[in-house]
Design a protein around this ligand. Structure first.
Ligand code: MG
Length: 274
């Protein structure tokens, strides 16, 4: 046995020691949770790592990227300033604005619109950091949280597996996207989000669940999908927290320097009520 072989065997023995003592193993890493509640109507746990990974589809180079706002839209961010945004306590938003985009400054908190909207069409573009750091939920994480409650996940899901109900475009903790339409780190990606608020009657009875349609880089991820409730971590969402239909739109600070640009929203209105 050469000294090289001895060294190799030594490394193998250290590795097998690690198996017994620290849980190191060649088994694939667990992606999520199996000790969380079952998502109603499915066989899967909340954040189940064994849930099927959505099919990967390469989107076209551009879909609605840099789409100008139509005449009845409220422009929430035109690349210049954060005047339409504030932090959760109503203070000035502290994220960075440069070169036509805003960037999360980790630790300054999530930001939300000052205006509120009930049933709306939202256009938004984002880019995950071109310098890749972290894995799973720690890589390029943000989110669009309607009323701070109903999340459409934003994550770097390009070659980055995580539990499917937490990947990019997932309705967090509830429904994975129909496909994985993610672009590589640093590239601009588009979201079209059509959202209808939940409604309660005067006695507090839920009469309409929130629903959402999401188009990511030109691919439908959800089609008028009803939320099961809000989007808590490791729990099943509920509609227990009654609120007004008009809601703010929040962008999540999850500590990663995510970028956003070209954000506008328009109310859906109603048929026969021009
Ligand atoms: Mg998130």
């Amino acid at each position: 046995m050469t000294s090289k072989h001895i060294l190799h065997n030594f490394i193998l023995s250290i590795a097998s020691l690690g198996t017994a003592t620290s849980g190191f193993s060649a088994e694939p890493q667990k992606l999520g949770y199996s000790d969380t509640p079952i998502v109603p109507g499915t066989q899967w746990h909340v954040h189940d790592g064994d849930r099927p990974q959505p099919r990967i589809v390469t989107p076209a180079a551009a879909f609605s990227h840099l789409a100008p706002a139509p005449s009845d839209a409220v422009v929430l961010f035109d690349g210049k300033d954060l005047s339409k945004w504030q932090d959760a306590k109503g203070r000035e938003a502290k994220w960075k604005v440069e070169k036509g985009y805003m960037e999360v400054v980790g630790g300054t908190g999530s930001i939300q619109t000052k205006d509120k909207f009930a049933d709306f069409q939202l256009h938004l573009e984002f880019a995950t950091p071109s310098v890749v750091k972290g894995t799973g939920q720690n890589r390029g994480n943000s989110g669009i949280l309607l009323n701070g409650m109903y999340e459409v996940q934003v994550l770097d899901s390009y070659g980055n597996k995580t539990y499917p109900d937490g990947q990019c475009g997932a309705l967090y903790g509830w429904t994975p996207p129909l496909v994985n339409a993610s672009k590589p780190p640093g590239e601009w990606q588009s979201y079209e989000i059509i959202f209808e608020s939940p409604r309660w009657d005067e006695s507090g009875q839920l009469v309409k669940k929130a629903n959402v349609t999401v188009i990511h880089n030109g691919l439908v991820l959800h089609h008028r999908r009803e939320y099961i409730g809000d989007s808590p971590h490791q729990k099943v969402g509920t509609f227990n927290k009654k609120h007004a239909p008009e809601m703010f739109i929040q962008l999540q600070d999850h500590g990663n320097p995510m970028r956003f640009r070209n954000i506008w929203v328009r109310s859906l209105g109603q048929y026969d009520q021009p």
